[in-house]
Structures are given as structure tokens and as C-alpha cells.
Ligand binder design. Structure first.
Ligand SMILES: O=C(O)C1=C[C@@H](OP(=O)(O)O)[C@@H](O)[C@H](O)C1
Ligand SMILES: C=C(OP(=O)(O)O)C(=O)O
Length: 407
């Protein structure tokens, strides 16, 4: 479904309720499968979390998790410890191009039995669930933190826990800390010192406990962008958020100050207010928050300012090669972008072409990141339904704050 976003202006004051964090949800869903006394509230309604829930419930020996990267990596670890079960785990065509070798090798070091069904290093994989008896493992930490979180999520169910040595520069660190914090909330002890993470064994179910998932900060990023492109005085209230988030993408609060957006926290909500139009070029290293790269690049383009984004080495193996996708689509709109395999440079420009069809490459974040352009000029978003990977009600929520959308 291709949609057209007419040139829009949003209400002076508006509010949106955003679904739970998909990262927190997919961790907690797995932990709930391991420790059923946990209860969850505000679980994400994203496709990725629905797929995770279904995969954990299913007794089938064939599990397809479509485009869900965290589900692919977390379930690889989960099925490795389901003694006596054999599962073939696969996903979309793109998923069969997203590497899992580092995780598979680490699990094998712990004693897992996993084989590749088609291409060495990539899904589909066949997992024979076993009791894993080793507890020491080292792995390369600069490709995806999801491999590390996957190991940590099952660690407390291993006889001797885990002692994990991280090699090389550690990428997406806040996601590792999120995993450890959630383990802590259910009573699993861990430490992260230098490049070593230790998780203590804990076979016991925690005393019944309800955990409330904070809403998704990556989804909130599109509203930061909308606020940045709106008139001074525009206010958007998002719920349910807290000031001390486990989600690294909450760094948006600091980043969007640069684009004139002031953020305040009030009773589980976050209020974004556009307060100034003083604009300067922007530089930032996004190693800790890769999922907001597209949002920021498009904000800068729409504001007409130059930006230098670094630390983007993980973008090439996400839903699509996001560096190439950003360059291609921003240039269709009239911008000028230079990329390497880990950085993006956008030149300042002051014209945006009208009614350009933006390709989304099965990537929810391409669709959502480009939508705020409609505040400047009409735009077409192709295959707009991709947003359901993380934020199924995105278009409805945009309409509710004043975007004019036609099919
Ligand atoms: O653990 C997680 O929930 C995630 C980790 C990040 O991946 P990488 O560590 O591969 O960068 C992030 O991009 C992804 O959307 C979610
Ligand atoms: C990269 C993402 O997800 P995943 O790796 O879980 O597919 C994302 O949501 O931006």
C-alpha cells in the first residue's frame, strides 16, 4: 500500500499513547517463558513481539520469525536449552542475509548443537535443544549486541551461569545494559566489568512479579522529528515514559535540544516542545543508539542543516542496508549524502522535491523516518504497512495529530 501524505500542520497541542518497547518486550517475553511467575504489562503490539510470543508458545519444530532480528537471535539461544526439542528457526528472505555465526559459535562453545540448513553463518538454522554444561565463552562484540543479549537471557538457567568475555569494541552497549537490568528486576545477579559479563545461575522462579514495559523510545523518535519540524510553541505529549529509561534511544532528549526541542517529564509522560529555530550543523556518534540514525538524518535534511553521523557500522545488517537506503531516498528528495560503511554525511540544502515516492525496503524505520517531511512538502511513502514491524498504529496516530494521509 502506497500512501500520500499531503502537506500537513499539526495541532498546537496533541498527545499520543505509544506501545511498549519492542526491545524490552522481546527480552521479557523470553524471560517469562523461562520464569512463568512473571507477569507483564504494556507489552509491545509490534509484529516482532507478536511473532516472539507465538514462537515461544508454539510446539512446532519449524519457527518462522519473519523480519524480527531480536526474535531470531534470542530464540536461537532459547531453543538451544530446550532439552529434547529440535527446531528449525528461519525468517524472511532478508533474515537469511542477517548473520548469526558469532552467536551460533558462542552457543556451541557452551555445548549447543546447531547446524546451518542453507548458508554457513546465516538462518535457517537447525537447533537440537540440550543441557549446556560449559559456562565460559568469548565472542566478538562489535557486530551486534543482540548476540550478547541472547546469551545473557538464558544464562541464569545454565548450571553454572555464564562468564562472557567481549572481544573488540562493544557496540550498542545500552541494549546489553537493558538486558542486565531486566535480569536484575527478576532477581538474577550479574556484573559487567571491563569486557567481562558474569551472570549467576538462578533456576528458581522469582516471587510472582508484574513488570511494566516502558513505551518505545525508538518509536518516540518520529515525534521528536515532528516537533523539530513544527512551529515554535508546538507541544506533543507522549506516554508512558520515565526519565530514567533502560532504553538507550532516550538519548533523543539530549540530541533534539540541538534542533530546538525541549523535553520535560510529567507523570509518566514526556512533553516535547519546539522552543527555538536556531540551527547549526550536527555531528554525533550513534554507536549506542543505531535505530535513531534514520530519524536524525531526515530531521537534518528537512531542517536544511548538514549532519555527520558516525558509529553506524551496524546499519548495513539491519532490515535493509540503512546507509544505502538513506542515501538513495534523501537524494531522490534533492539532498546530497556521502556514506562509508560506518558513517553518513549530509550536506546542507534548502529545497525538498514534492511528491517523491520513498521506497521503504521492508524497513519500518524508512517509512516512519521520512513521514515528518510532510510538514514541509507532500510526500509518498511506498509499502507503508511496513511500520507494523515495530509500530502498527503509526499512521493512525499521525492522522490523530493532524497529518493528512490518502491511500
Ligand atoms: O537488543 C535489542 O533489542 C536491539 C539491539 C540493536 O541491535 P544491534 O546490537 O545489532 O545494533 C538494535 O538495533 C535493535 O533494533 C534492537
Ligand atoms: C534493527 C531493528 O530490529 P531487529 O534487529 O530486531 O530486526 C530495528 O527495529 O530497528
Amino acid at each position: 500500500m502506497h500512501i500520500t501524505l499531503q502537506k500537513s500542520a499539526i495541532a498546537k497541542e496533541s498527545s499520543v499513547q505509544i506501545t511498549g518497547s519492542k526491545s524490552e518486550s522481546n527480552r521479557l517475553l523470553l524471560l517469562k517463558a523461562l520464569y512463568p511467575t512473571i507477569q507483564l504489562e504494556n507489552v509491545s503490539n509490534s509484529d516482532d513481539s507478536v511473532l516472539m510470543t507465538e514462537a515461544l508458545k508454539s510446539n512446532s519444530n519449524f519457527v518462522d520469525i519473519h523480519h524480527a532480528g531480536t526474535a531470531m537471535r534470542f530464540l536461537t539461544a532459547y531453543f538451544s536449552i530446550q532439552e529434547g526439542r529440535e527446531v528449525t528457526l528461519t525468517g524472511s528472505k532478508r533474515m537469511t542475509e542477517r548473520p548469526v555465526q558469532i552467536l551460533v559459535e558462542a552457543l556451541k562453545e557452551l555445548g549447543a548443537e546447531i547446524s546451518y540448513v542453507e548458508n554457513e553463518g546465516f538462518p535457517p538454522i537447525k537447533i537440537k535443544g540440550k543441557k549446556l554444561t560449559n559456562n565460559k565463552v568469548s565472542l566478538q562484540a562489535n557486530v551486534s549486541s543482540q548476540y550478547i543479549s541472547a546469551l545473557l537471557l538464558i544464562a541464569s538457567k545454565l548450571e553454572n551461569g555464564i562468564e562472557l568475555t567481549l572481544e573488540g569494541e562493544i557496540t550498542s552497549v545500552p541494549y546489553i545494559n537493558m538486558t542486565l537490568s531486566l535480569l536484575d528486576e527478576i532477581g538474577v545477579a550479574s556484573s559487567f566489568v571491563g569486557n567481562t559479563i558474569t551472570v549467576k545461575p538462578n533456576p528458581q522462579a522469582p516471587t510472582p512479579k508484574t513488570l511494566t514495559v516502558e513505551s518505545d523510545w525508538s518509536s518516540a523518535s518520529y515525534y521528536f522529528s515532528i516537533a523539530a519540524l513544527s512551529e515554535v510553541g508546538t507541544k506533543i505529549t507522549l506516554s508512558s515514559y520515565k526519565e530514567n529509561s533502560l532504553q538507550g534511544d532516550s538519548v533523543l532528549v539530549a540530541i533534539y535540544k540541538h534542533f530546538g526541542v525541549q523535553t520535560s517529564f510529567k507523570n509518566n509522560t514526556v512533553v516535547l516542545e519546539k522552543i527555538s529555530t536556531d540551527l547549526k550543523p550536527f555531528s554525533y556518534n550513534l554507536t549506542n543508539a543505531p535505530d535513531i540514525a534514520q530519524t536524525i538524518a531526515v530531521t537534518c535534511f528537512a531542517l536544511g542543516i548538514a549532519c555527520d553521523l558516525t558509529g553506524l557500522h551496524t546499519l548495513k545488517i539491519k532490515e535493509t542496508d540503512r546507509l544505502v537506503a538513506l542515501k538513495t531516498e534523501i537524494e531522490k528528495l534533492g539532498g546530497s549524502v556521502k556514506i562509508t560503511d560506518k558513517s553518513l554525511h549530509l550536506s546542507a540544502s534548502n529545497k525538498i522535491k514534492e511528491l517523491v515516492p520513498i521506497a521503504t525496503y521492508n524497513d519500518h524505520r524508512m517509512a516512519m523516518a521520512f513521514a515528518p517531511i510532510a510538514l514541509k512538502t507532500p510526500i509518498i511513502i511506498e509499502d507503508a504497512e511496513v511500520v507494523s514491524k515495530s509500530y502498527p498504529t503509526f499512521w493512525k496516530d499521525l492522522e490523530s495529530i493532524g497529518f493528512k494521509i490518502t491511500k
